[in-house]
Design a binder for this molecule. Structure first.
Ligand code: PRP
Length: 210
Protein backbone atom coordinates (compact mmCIF):
# COMPACT_ATOMS: atom_id res chain seq x y z
CA UNK A 1 0.00 0.00 0.00
CA UNK A 2 1.28 3.46 -0.87
CA UNK A 3 0.59 6.75 0.79
CA UNK A 4 -1.77 8.97 -1.16
CA UNK A 5 -0.14 11.77 -3.08
CA UNK A 6 -0.52 15.13 -1.36
CA UNK A 7 -2.79 17.69 -2.97
CA UNK A 8 -0.48 20.40 -4.19
CA UNK A 9 -1.05 23.73 -5.99
CA UNK A 10 -1.62 23.26 -9.73
CA UNK A 11 1.53 25.17 -10.62
CA UNK A 12 3.66 22.63 -8.70
CA UNK A 13 6.29 20.88 -10.79
CA UNK A 14 5.85 17.64 -8.78
CA UNK A 15 4.17 14.78 -10.67
CA UNK A 16 1.01 14.12 -8.62
CA UNK A 17 0.48 10.67 -10.13
CA UNK A 18 3.60 9.27 -8.44
CA UNK A 19 2.95 8.07 -4.85
CA UNK A 20 5.57 9.59 -2.59
CA UNK A 21 6.84 7.05 -0.11
CA UNK A 22 9.14 9.33 1.79
CA UNK A 23 7.62 12.79 1.46
CA UNK A 24 8.55 13.36 5.09
CA UNK A 25 12.23 12.45 4.66
CA UNK A 26 13.23 12.51 0.98
CA UNK A 27 16.65 11.04 1.80
CA UNK A 28 14.95 7.75 2.77
CA UNK A 29 13.07 7.46 -0.52
CA UNK A 30 15.54 5.13 -2.25
CA UNK A 31 15.52 2.60 0.61
CA UNK A 32 11.80 2.24 1.23
CA UNK A 33 10.00 -0.64 -0.48
CA UNK A 34 6.38 -0.04 0.56
CA UNK A 35 4.25 1.48 3.28
CA UNK A 36 2.75 -1.25 5.46
CA UNK A 37 0.75 0.93 7.87
CA UNK A 38 -0.09 4.49 6.90
CA UNK A 39 0.22 7.52 9.15
CA UNK A 40 -3.58 7.85 9.23
CA UNK A 41 -4.06 4.18 10.21
CA UNK A 42 -1.53 4.56 13.02
CA UNK A 43 -3.11 7.75 14.36
CA UNK A 44 -6.62 6.23 14.26
CA UNK A 45 -5.31 3.20 16.14
CA UNK A 46 -3.52 5.30 18.76
CA UNK A 47 -6.71 7.27 19.36
CA UNK A 48 -8.68 4.02 19.84
CA UNK A 49 -6.06 2.63 22.23
CA UNK A 50 -6.06 5.91 24.16
CA UNK A 51 -9.85 5.74 24.52
CA UNK A 52 -9.68 2.15 25.80
CA UNK A 53 -6.93 2.95 28.29
CA UNK A 54 -8.79 6.06 29.50
CA UNK A 55 -11.95 4.00 30.08
CA UNK A 56 -10.19 1.06 31.74
CA UNK A 57 -8.17 3.10 34.23
CA UNK A 58 -10.86 5.66 35.05
CA UNK A 59 -11.28 5.87 38.82
CA UNK A 60 -7.94 4.16 39.43
CA UNK A 61 -5.39 5.87 41.61
CA UNK A 62 -3.00 6.96 38.89
CA UNK A 63 -1.14 5.15 36.15
CA UNK A 64 2.54 4.87 35.33
CA UNK A 65 3.30 4.36 31.67
CA UNK A 66 6.64 2.70 31.06
CA UNK A 67 8.09 3.10 27.59
CA UNK A 68 10.72 0.71 26.28
CA UNK A 69 13.42 2.75 24.57
CA UNK A 70 14.31 3.52 22.10
CA UNK A 71 11.58 2.42 19.71
CA UNK A 72 8.58 3.21 21.92
CA UNK A 73 9.34 6.91 22.28
CA UNK A 74 7.10 7.82 19.34
CA UNK A 75 4.09 5.75 20.37
CA UNK A 76 4.54 6.95 23.97
CA UNK A 77 4.37 10.58 22.87
CA UNK A 78 1.37 10.16 20.59
CA UNK A 79 -0.53 7.91 23.02
CA UNK A 80 0.12 10.37 25.87
CA UNK A 81 -2.09 12.89 24.12
CA UNK A 82 -5.02 10.48 23.86
CA UNK A 83 -5.18 9.30 27.46
CA UNK A 84 -7.40 11.63 29.43
CA UNK A 85 -6.20 10.67 32.91
CA UNK A 86 -3.35 11.72 35.17
CA UNK A 87 -0.33 9.70 34.03
CA UNK A 88 3.26 9.49 35.12
CA UNK A 89 5.93 8.49 32.63
CA UNK A 90 9.03 6.42 33.03
CA UNK A 91 11.35 4.67 30.62
CA UNK A 92 13.53 1.61 30.43
CA UNK A 93 16.17 1.14 27.80
CA UNK A 94 16.97 -2.34 26.61
CA UNK A 95 18.97 -3.76 23.80
CA UNK A 96 18.28 -6.88 21.79
CA UNK A 97 18.85 -6.25 18.10
CA UNK A 98 22.10 -4.42 17.47
CA UNK A 99 22.35 -3.60 13.80
CA UNK A 100 20.92 -6.92 12.55
CA UNK A 101 17.33 -7.44 11.40
CA UNK A 102 16.72 -10.57 13.50
CA UNK A 103 16.40 -10.74 17.28
CA UNK A 104 19.33 -12.19 19.16
CA UNK A 105 17.26 -13.22 22.18
CA UNK A 106 19.72 -11.41 24.42
CA UNK A 107 18.08 -8.67 26.50
CA UNK A 108 20.22 -6.19 28.39
CA UNK A 109 18.84 -3.44 30.61
CA UNK A 110 20.72 -0.28 29.67
CA UNK A 111 18.53 2.05 31.74
CA UNK A 112 16.23 1.08 34.59
CA UNK A 113 13.12 2.88 35.89
CA UNK A 114 13.58 6.13 37.79
CA UNK A 115 10.58 5.41 40.06
CA UNK A 116 9.36 2.65 42.37
CA UNK A 117 6.30 0.83 41.00
CA UNK A 118 5.25 -1.18 44.06
CA UNK A 119 1.48 -0.90 44.53
CA UNK A 120 1.08 1.17 41.31
CA UNK A 121 -0.79 0.53 38.08
CA UNK A 122 1.80 0.04 35.37
CA UNK A 123 1.29 -0.05 31.60
CA UNK A 124 4.31 -1.21 29.63
CA UNK A 125 4.37 0.36 26.17
CA UNK A 126 6.16 -1.24 23.22
CA UNK A 127 6.32 -0.29 19.58
CA UNK A 128 6.63 -3.90 18.42
CA UNK A 129 6.57 -7.42 19.79
CA UNK A 130 8.58 -9.77 17.60
CA UNK A 131 9.88 -12.93 19.28
CA UNK A 132 8.37 -11.69 22.54
CA UNK A 133 11.64 -12.29 24.39
CA UNK A 134 12.15 -8.64 25.33
CA UNK A 135 8.62 -8.25 26.66
CA UNK A 136 8.70 -11.58 28.47
CA UNK A 137 11.92 -10.60 30.21
CA UNK A 138 10.63 -7.15 31.15
CA UNK A 139 7.32 -8.44 32.50
CA UNK A 140 9.10 -10.99 34.69
CA UNK A 141 11.46 -8.30 35.92
CA UNK A 142 8.71 -5.76 36.67
CA UNK A 143 6.48 -8.33 38.41
CA UNK A 144 9.16 -8.86 41.03
CA UNK A 145 8.66 -5.18 42.00
CA UNK A 146 5.04 -5.97 43.01
CA UNK A 147 2.99 -3.41 41.01
CA UNK A 148 -0.76 -3.28 41.70
CA UNK A 149 -1.36 -4.14 38.04
CA UNK A 150 0.88 -4.71 35.05
CA UNK A 151 -0.48 -4.61 31.49
CA UNK A 152 1.01 -4.23 28.02
CA UNK A 153 0.24 -1.88 25.16
CA UNK A 154 2.00 -2.81 21.91
CA UNK A 155 1.36 -0.93 18.69
CA UNK A 156 2.38 -3.92 16.58
CA UNK A 157 2.77 -7.65 17.05
CA UNK A 158 4.34 -9.91 14.45
CA UNK A 159 2.43 -13.10 13.70
CA UNK A 160 3.92 -16.62 13.78
CA UNK A 161 7.24 -15.65 15.34
CA UNK A 162 6.46 -15.39 19.04
CA UNK A 163 8.63 -17.72 21.08
CA UNK A 164 6.89 -17.24 24.43
CA UNK A 165 3.20 -16.92 25.39
CA UNK A 166 2.27 -13.30 26.11
CA UNK A 167 -0.91 -11.56 27.20
CA UNK A 168 -1.06 -8.19 25.42
CA UNK A 169 -4.09 -6.26 26.62
CA UNK A 170 -3.83 -3.31 24.21
CA UNK A 171 -2.64 -4.27 20.75
CA UNK A 172 -2.76 -2.11 17.64
CA UNK A 173 -1.82 -4.15 14.58
CA UNK A 174 -0.94 -7.73 13.76
CA UNK A 175 1.68 -7.64 11.06
CA UNK A 176 3.46 -10.27 8.95
CA UNK A 177 6.95 -11.34 10.03
CA UNK A 178 8.83 -8.95 7.78
CA UNK A 179 11.51 -6.44 8.73
CA UNK A 180 10.00 -2.99 9.11
CA UNK A 181 11.08 0.54 9.93
CA UNK A 182 9.43 3.83 10.81
CA UNK A 183 7.32 5.24 13.63
CA UNK A 184 10.11 4.61 16.14
CA UNK A 185 11.58 1.52 14.50
CA UNK A 186 15.04 1.83 13.05
CA UNK A 187 17.56 0.14 10.88
CA UNK A 188 21.03 1.20 12.00
CA UNK A 189 19.37 4.12 13.86
CA UNK A 190 17.81 5.51 10.66
CA UNK A 191 14.10 5.73 9.74
CA UNK A 192 12.72 6.21 13.29
CA UNK A 193 11.22 9.57 12.31
CA UNK A 194 9.04 8.27 9.49
CA UNK A 195 5.38 8.86 10.46
CA UNK A 196 4.35 5.49 8.97
CA UNK A 197 5.62 1.89 9.07
CA UNK A 198 7.32 0.60 5.95
CA UNK A 199 9.39 -2.27 4.61
CA UNK A 200 12.85 -1.68 3.19
CA UNK A 201 14.15 -2.80 -0.16
CA UNK A 202 16.37 -5.85 0.46
CA UNK A 203 19.37 -4.08 -1.06
CA UNK A 204 19.04 -1.41 1.63
CA UNK A 205 19.94 -3.82 4.43
CA UNK A 206 21.24 -7.14 3.08
CA UNK A 207 24.87 -6.09 3.18
CA UNK A 208 24.52 -5.13 6.85
CA UNK A 209 22.69 -8.22 8.19
CA UNK A 210 24.93 -10.27 10.47
C1 PRP B 1 12.68 -3.72 19.41
C2 PRP B 1 11.35 -3.34 20.03
C3 PRP B 1 11.22 -4.26 21.18
C4 PRP B 1 12.02 -5.49 20.76
C5 PRP B 1 11.07 -6.59 20.37
O1 PRP B 1 13.67 -3.00 20.07
O2 PRP B 1 11.31 -1.99 20.40
O3 PRP B 1 11.78 -3.72 22.37
O4 PRP B 1 12.81 -5.12 19.63
O5 PRP B 1 11.74 -7.72 19.93
P1 PRP B 1 11.49 -9.16 20.53
O6 PRP B 1 10.00 -9.32 20.73
O7 PRP B 1 12.04 -10.10 19.49
O8 PRP B 1 12.24 -9.28 21.82
P2 PRP B 1 15.18 -2.99 19.59
O9 PRP B 1 15.92 -4.07 20.29
O10 PRP B 1 15.20 -2.99 18.09
O11 PRP B 1 15.77 -1.67 20.16
P3 PRP B 1 15.34 -0.15 19.89
O12 PRP B 1 13.91 -0.01 20.37
O13 PRP B 1 16.30 0.63 20.72
O14 PRP B 1 15.48 0.11 18.44
Amino acid sequence: MHTRAMVLPTDSRIDLTVPTLAAHVPDYEDDIEKVLISEQEIQDCIRRLGDQISADYKGEDGLIRVGVLKGAFVVMADLARHVRLPIEFDFMAVSSYGVATKTSGVVRILKDLDHEIEGRNVLLVEDIVDSGLTLSYLLKNLRTRRPKSLEVCALMQKTDVQQVPLDIRYRGFEIPPVFIVGYGLDFGERFRNLPYVATLKPEAYEHLVQ
